[in-house]
Design a protein around this ligand. Sequence first.
Ligand code: FES
Ligand SMILES: [Fe+2]
Length: 371
Amino acid sequence: MTISSEARLSQQATRAEPLGQPAQPPADSLYQGVEVPTVTGPLTELVGLPMPQCPDTVTDLSMRYRVRRERRPRFPFPIPNGWFIVATADELAPGQVKPLYYFGRDLVLFRGADGTPHLLDAYCPHLGAHLGAGGRVVGGTLQCPFHGWRFDGQSGTCVEVPYDDVDHIPKTATARTYPTLERNHMIWAWHHLEGKEPFYDVPEVPEFHDDDWSPIVVRDFEVASCCQEMAENNVDTPHFKFVHGTEAVPEEEFHTDGHHKRTVALDGAFVREGFGLGLGVLRVRDYTTFLSSTTPIDEEHVHCRWIFTSPRSLGDGTAEAAADSFVAGVSQDFPIWENKIYKDPPVLRPSEKGVTEHRRWCEQFYSYPDA
Ligand code: FES
Ligand SMILES: [Fe+2]
């Protein structure tokens, strides 16, 4: 393991160049107060305060620092209800089928011949074949590889049993489907533990379709955590000083309103909005706009996708630099997130009331059908 603050400083210098002196402090100023060490190589030992940056751990799960041994569940939450990215739009061509595992379930995603994406539970209602293991797209339906039954992508109902002439197909021959939509170059699926309809929408990010903004830069990674824990990180202002090494605890305004939440900092140059649990849009004036989706894999693991763009006027590479910067920053959170438990009730100081408010806001996104 090598820790090199010099490397970190030279990285900062490289990153700062294409930004062309932005009028406002860049987003990563939140992460740059004191010298933050950079680690290359496996994290075999760890001393925090601040936590070293280790960007390699973002993509290499074997390099994560894991010390927890207890086996009991870390979080008291079910998979939340909400919109989550299940694929990037360019990962799925018309007629393509993709097996997935999200929401603690085996799933199958396909794009119909007309371009519409559909998400279904993976197991065929007939005799349980995995529809993503050899299934074929026929128009807007998915044909099971085992006996050829076809299922409508929208409703999940069986529309054809191709080997007998009995007209009636029982209603039980229906695969569970999930509402899907395509927006911001991503395919989103609505998960609700009780199968209820969406109660909020995925926001359009106009910058992603604006010629004055660069092509999107996508970064993705997995974390052994859950949506609420990762979101709580944003309102936990003291950790910015102790984990990320900011000079002071940042000052933020935090408001919630229905399914929406909003954080404002740096005199309005930094605005983070949340739309449900696990969907955020961050705008840093004169630097970047960044959409984040945290998709539950199961109750204790998530798949994050971060999508960046920057004004073209700031030069080529600015969105990549913003992505690198945020990704380096989040690598400091991993050792905390992947080893912590959800403390309930916590012991909070008066200055940490945002945590309490955020926890209360999160409650609306859970169902407890078995309770
Ligand atoms: S298991 Fe799917 S058609 Fe028989
Ligand atoms: Fe953090």
